[in-house]
Ligand binder design. Structure first.
Ligand code: S3P
Length: 164
């Protein structure tokens, strides 16, 4: 039977990519990232895709990419885009994996996310609404919750979880 993967979830700016790399290096395994895969599949960046095709089309492809990855995973580390849990297929596929929620406060999330060109981090009110809406779902599916910590503290925390 396929082994569970470590799956990182959390809001934009939570540090899923950084945290994922740390887990992958502690466990000496590979890391996959749904945002990166999606961009490869559609041949353009996420902001470009949003601008051309809209959010609904983005969610369909995101569900496909994340669903396939989670359903086929045999060990390894997976970092999921912040909105992937909207999909029931994704939530179901998560059940056999170890899900680590990287918690991030709203202010830090905004500060980090607005620095990059994320299509859903352009207006503060919408960002805050999304943040509030999603917290319960993140917590519901998480097996482990890591509170917001800075990067120096994240590394030892990851090492402890990776060893458990
Ligand atoms: C999104 C999060 C982004 C990316 C897209 C939409 C979201 O990924 O998938 O911009 O809906 O929260 P990160 O969580 O890696 O920033």
């Amino acid at each position: 039977m396929a082994r569970p993967a470590i799956v990182l979830i959390g809001f934009m700016g939570a540090g899923k990519t950084t945290g994922g790399r740390m887990f992958a290096s502690a466990l000496r395994c590979r890391m996959s990232d749904t945002d990166k895969r999606l961009q490869r599949r559609v041949g353009m960046s996420i902001p470009e895709y949003f601008a051309k095709h809209g959010e609904a089309a983005f969610r369909e492809i995101e569900e496909e990419v994340a669903g396939e990855l989670l359903e086929r995973a045999d060990g390894g580390v997976i970092s999921l885009g912040g909105g992937t849990l909207q999909s029931e297929r994704v939530r179901r596929a998560l059940e056999r994996h170890t899900v680590v929620l990287l918690h991030v406060g709203r202010a830090t999330a905004w500060k980090r996310a607005k620095r990059s060109d994320r299509p859903l981090a352009r207006d503060r009110a919408g960002f805050d609404r999304l943040y509030a809406e999603r917290q319960a779902v993140y917590e519901q599916v998480a097996d482990v919750i890591l509170p917001e910590v800075d990067r120096q503290l994240l590394k030892p925390a990851v090492a402890v979880i990776a060893e458990a």
